[in-house]
Design a protein around this ligand. Structure first.
Ligand SMILES: [Zn+2]
Length: 356
């Protein structure tokens, strides 16, 4: 009996030694991503053996050159890194267990890397889905896509090119979300605190600003967008509404103010917001005349929290830049829209919801 066991053990010992050497080599290889830039054609699978939840190892925030690389922004890099750390979910779900069949284009094997310099990527098993991708824009900004969620220089990125996964729900929000379709106070605490400050400052000027629409779930956006498509057609809907996964309202970092339409622009509140929101870390996400870059019409009422440093850069002394032009990003859909026939959501309480 004993002897038999011993002979069986030996190959395992050899296997273990080989495994340990291999995994050490893989770890070392991934720890120094800067040195790997030269061999950019290689597709690395640095963490195949670690499981998808080991993202802390895959993506060391402190060591990550993404945050040392300061393409257009400069001193604010540290502040922006903090934003990244706050918004990466603690536990990234195993995307291989998520039913992505009904989500058109999600986990695109090649998420529009046209014009980007891909410097690192790993693929999720044999499903050919992007698990981790790192690329540079022509302005030198660092894009990282981690299990379907995209960051540019540490800032969570949502537009027509970069979507949020259907399971993405912001954490540490002022008001609990708990699977609710829309939560006006469902902003991440940092954004909520900044909002409180801004609202108080407006009040001092005798101006009344209030949130009309805050957090919206993926499913809510799906219903909203498909309704717009039914009413006005896909082409029109794409100019003023976001497809599911492409709305910043799913991020807990944005909101719409007051009347949620063009009448807001000319009001005293609208003018004040345009000139002052950056002081509190907000940007006008779809500035006037930037439709071709953002992919949307001007929305004076839709603000996105990005932190004071970046917001100030985007404010650009009154001549708002879009996030896309600042970082050198595209905002175009790279897949065909397929209407989902999911459950209907009661939208009767949400008259003020606009589309993006
Ligand atoms: Zn909005």
């Amino acid at each position: 009996m004993k002897k038999k066991k011993k002979t069986k053990l030996r190959p395992w010992v050899i296997f273990l030694i080989v495994f340990m050497i291999t995994s050490t080599a893989i770890c070392l290889a991934f720890r120094k991503p800067e040195e790997k830039k030269e061999s950019s054609g290689n597709i690395q699978t640095p963490s195949e053996d670690k499981g998808i939840n080991a993202h802390e190892d895959e993506f060391d925030h402190n060591d990550n050159p993404a945050h040392k690389n300061e393409p257009v922004a400069t001193e604010g890099a540290a502040e922006q890194t903090k934003v990244l750390e706050d918004y990466i979910p603690d536990e990234i779900p195993d995307v291989s267990k998520i039913d992505t069949t009904k989500i058109a284009g999600e986990y695109d094997p090649n998420p529009d890397t046209e014009g980007l310099e891909v410097i690192d990527q790993s693929i999720l098993g044999d499903t050919a889905k992007i698990k981790y991708l790192k690329a540079l824009t022509d302005k030198g900004a660092v894009i990282e896509i981690i299990n379907g969620t995209s960051y540019v220089n540490g800032i969570l990125m949502v537009n027509k090119t970069y979507r949020l996964p259907s399971y993405y729900v912001p954490k540490d929000t002022h008001e609990a979300i708990n699977g609710r379709p829309y939560v006006y106070g469902g902003l991440v605490n940092e954004a909520w605190d900044a909002w409180q400050e801004m609202q108080a400052a407006a009040k001092k000027e005798r101006l009344n600003i209030s949130i009309s629409s805050g957090y919206r779930s993926y499913d809510t956006q799906e219903t909203l967008f498909s309704n717009y498509v039914m009413m006005q057609g896909l082409e029109a809907a794409d100019t003023f509404s976001a497809r599911a996964g492409h709305s910043e309202h799913q991020s807990g970092l944005c909101f719409d103010l007051n009347s949620v339409n063009d009448t807001f622009t000319g009001t005293a509140e609208g003018r004040w917001v345009n000139d002052n929101c950056y002081k509190y870390g907000f940007c006008v996400r779809f500035p006037e005349g930037k439709d071709d870059m953002t992919g949307y019409k001007y929305e004076s009422w839709h603000l996105r929290y990005v932190g004071v440093q970046l917001a100030t850069e985007l404010y650009n002394e009154g001549d708002w830049l879009s996030i896309e032009e600042y970082f050198g990003l595209t905002s175009t859909y790279n897949y065909e829209y397929v209407a989902a026939d999911g459950d209907e959501i009661d939208m009767t309480d949400s008259e003020d919801i606009e589309g993006t």
